[in-house]
Write a protein that binds this ligand. Sequence first.
Ligand code: FE2
Ligand code: FE2
Length: 300
Amino acid sequence: MASAAETSTGHSEKERIVTSAIQEISHIATLPEITIKIIELVEDPTSTAQDLHHIISNDPALCSRILKVVNSSFYGLPGQIGNINRAIVLLGLNAVKNIAIAASLAKLFRGGELTPTFCARDLWRHSIVTATAAKLIADQAGMGLADEAFLGGLMHDIGIMVEMQVSRQKLIEVIERVGIGTDGVPRADMLQIEEEVFGATHQDFGLGLCERWKFPRTFRCVAGYHHRPLELDAANRAIVCVVHIADLISTTLDMGFRGDVLDATVNPAILEEIALGQVGLDQVIEQLPEQVDTVSAVFT
Ligand SMILES: [Fe+2]
Ligand SMILES: [Fe+2]
């Protein structure tokens, strides 16, 4: 996979900008200790459900959040699941890990209102819509990667939060130059303007942050390539294509920030990548509002 340095305009100056930005904000933007432990544990092939249960049971708030997610209609499990062990048995280690990460991500999207058309909560709202759409797409395409897709959607624009931490003033300049209307629709290409103002885009910063956090490769690819999935090699492409499409169709709902999507037309070649036809996509768009309500109730 390409590193943060090998992006569209790829040169060492960009690498320097991204590296120093990530260093600068690392004292602010950290994942909770427990989330890091969970990621490490699930990446370790020798770990067991019991190990995960042991870590999670030390955090009652996380326990109750996980049970709330598990029991929501989003997972559609029969009956009420009353404890974490049962949740792990039913959903698997990987799903519970993803829920734990998701539960901790919300805390990073803070910082108040920057301009009348941008605040961190709007970006989080957009992330929830994209995550929900990504899960629906993965389900619809029969890919069996719904939890990865969901988490990918939740963190795809995390690079914008990096920009906000690095320089609120520069992000305000970007948003103002993008010229977002009251309908949320941008008038100019945000990525181009980010290049001009920051010297790198939110894809570059997102990839840098995910590398720093040692996130699994899938999520690094999502953060770094969600606007250009076909630039990735085929082995790393599937979830990124899913999140890319989810990001575009999130614009069908009038919810959250969408200032980095200038053209919401889905490229047929990308639909083909994940074997999803227009009919499947239309079904996802139809289910989206109700599912977003369910997910919002859990994650906000
Ligand atoms: Fe984006
Ligand atoms: Fe987005």
